[in-house]
Design a protein around this ligand. Structure first.
Ligand code: HPA
Ligand code: ZN
Length: 336
């Protein structure tokens, strides 16, 4: 099964680039930029990655991002992730970035976007990986800061396809960002939002109604509302689910209790993603594998996660056809 999963063509739709900062690179960048970090070795960083909930992770994740200063740093971070994509047969990826984490430290929006974007271009040229960038607003910050961030994005419209919403879900519901999302939509950006990760299932419905989202990030709390499940099924609203993240942040007590396979069987458009792989212990192959180890799934069901992700992606129709052809080609090889 592991061999089948490794070779399976994949599409990633829920990945925070700041969450791909491996401890080894964190140390290298801290040295390069003369920044003090409260750890003696990469091993000590790994040991610190024990989380009780979303907030305990976010505290350490924002601290880690402090080592990112120059365009080269953002390039190196992104390039390292894209090499993991290549290893895991991720053929298309849609990447979140959090500009406010960096602009608040005096790093310019241009530095962040240009560094990430040059790595994406190189990955297309050298590895054939296609991608899109999604700019997230930090929901614990206010509307004014989100609007200011959207203004920066207008000068990089050619590089950013959508806006999203991440950070602390509790106490920061979708309606707080209704106006900025309407503005983003009117400027031609697509929208997505984290909802129903730690927050209530009503956030999922509100993200659809108030923020006009094309996908829900996480969304696993939808099971609390049977009517919502029906809506998600009828609309085929994609959910970008992140198994390892959900267990690390205690959204589920164990991988066995994760509901992604149940949602797949109910006909929802669910996908598998890695969220913040450097912090949660695994990239795409590992996330697929963890589900396969703990749930009775057949290879055709694992392939369905990729089929759903292709359908849910913001790739062009021709790229979607191309990705589907790769997937079907892999499945008929019958080596598994
Ligand atoms: N949820 C909310 N905010 C985040 C996450 C997440 O899973 N990862 C990075 N920022
Ligand atoms: Zn996320």
């Amino acid at each position: 099964m592991r061999q089948f999963i490794e070779g399976l063509p994949k599409v990633e739709l829920h990945l925070h680039i700041e969450g791909t900062l491996e401890p080894e690179l964190m140390f290298e960048l801290a040295k390069r930029n003369n920044i003090e970090i409260p750890f003696a070795s990469p091993d000590e960083v790994h040991k610190a990655y024990q989380f009780n909930n979303l907030q305990s992770f976010l505290d350490i994740y924002y601290q880690g991002a402090n080592v990112l200063i120059s365009e080269q740093d953002f390039f190196d971070l992104t390039w390292a992730y894209l090499q993991k994509c290549h290893q895991d047969n991720v053929m298309h990826t849609e990447i979140f970035f959090d500009p406010q984490t960096h602009t608040a430290r005096g790093i310019s929006f241009d530095t962040v976007v240009n560094g990430i974007h040059s790595a994406l271009i190189k990955a297309h040229e050298d590895l054939g990986i296609t991608s899109h960038l999604i700019m997230c607003f930090l929901r614990h910050l206010d509307e004014e800061s989100a609007i200011e961030t959207l203004q920066y994005a207008l000068t990089h419209k050619d590089k950013i396809i959508a806006v999203g919403l991440d950070s602390s879900e509790s106490g920061h519901p979708p309606e707080k960002f209704q106006r900025v999302f309407q503005l983003a939509l009117s400027e031609g950006f697509l929208t997505v939002a984290h909802a129903g990760e730690e927050g209530p299932s009503s956030n999922i419905q509100d993200a659809m109604t108030l923020l006009g989202v094309s996908r829900i990030d996480h969304g696993v709390r939808c099971v609390d509302d049977p009517k919502l499940i029906e809506t998600l099924q009828v609309l085929q609203m994609p959910l970008t689910v992140c198994p390892l993240s959900n267990v690390k942040l205690k959204v589920f007590d164990s991988m066995e209790e994760h509901n992604i396979v149940e949602l797949l069987h109910q006909g929802l458009c669910v996908t598998i993603n890695s969220d913040d792989p450097a912090y949660f212990g695994g990239y795409m192959t590992d996330n697929f594998h963890q589900i396969a180890l703990t749930h009775p799934v057949e290879s055709k069901e694992l392939a369905q996660f990729t089929r759903n992700a292709i359908k849910a992606s913001f790739a062009s129709e021709s790229r979607k056809q191309d990705l589907l052809r790769h997937l079907e080609g892999y499945l008929v090889q019958g080596i598994h």
